[in-house]
Design a binder for this molecule. Structure first.
Ligand code: AKG
Length: 209
């Protein structure tokens, strides 16, 4: 999975491995829908909304092997987005992202494992390698997590390529063993007290999922 472009708008090029090792490239446009506005005093303050505007749609695509949902960086913090992708049939969620030296060590892997486990999907992330001389120092540590929440491939802060199998039979077995989808209490989730607050992207979460 490669990525390029400006910070919240990218032209993403996915090199999808096809059977017998053939490679086909797929290029998609996508926008980060949740902007990175945070203030951790003494550590990191970022206000993407002062210079960028958020995207207004989710991005999914199908490959011959599985269906994929995509978010960018900060989007991984929003459980609703991952849940909508899973409800729409995504087997794999991809998050190109550049976490930083404050949130990276604490949250990067944990968020991936959480999104994977909650939704019983594969999650893959691609981060730039760390450049300690850069104005924004990326944490690195690209990773692939399976629907059981286990890290099945990972790298460190240096540039490298990692591979992992997306095994849909294994995913189905996990979903049978712990049948979360059938057990959800949708009758309770739609009560007024559970409405998302206005700062979250409630406008996007209402899609039929
Ligand atoms: O959520 C984070 O900690 C990092 C997010 C980020 O760097 C971004 O969205 O540009």
């Amino acid at each position: 999975m490669g990525w390029g472009g400006s910070e919240n708008y990218g032209l993403f090029r996915f090199d999808l491995m096809r059977s017998r090792g053939n490679r086909k490239n797929l290029e998609i446009d996508l926008h980060q829908v949740h902007l990175f506005d945070i203030d951790v005093p003494g550590k990191i303050t970022f206000k993407e909304s002062e210079i960028l505007s958020p995207g207004d749609q989710f991005t999914m695509f199908k490959t011959p092997h599985c269906t994929v949902g995509v978010g960018i960086c900060y989007d991984i913090r929003f459980a609703e987005m991952a849940q909508i992708y899973a409800n729409k049939g995504c087997h794999l969620l991809l998050y190109p992202g550049a976490f930083n030296m404050t949130t990276g060590p604490k949250h990067w892997e944990l968020l991936q494992r959480g999104r994977a486990l909650d939704n019983q999907v594969y999650v893959a992330t691609a981060s730039p390698a760390r450049d300690t001389g850069a104005g924004y120092v990326a944490w690195g540590h690209s990773c692939v997590v399976d629907p059981w929440g286990e890290v099945i491939a990972a790298t460190d802060e240096k540039e490298s390529v990692i591979y992992a199998d997306i095994d849909l039979e294994k995913q189905e077995e996990m979903r049978k063993m712990i049948p979360l989808k059938q057990q959800k209490r949708h009758d309770l989730y739609h009560s007024p007290s559970m409405n998302v607050d206005k700062d979250r992207r409630g406008d996007l979460y209402q899609v039929n999922s």
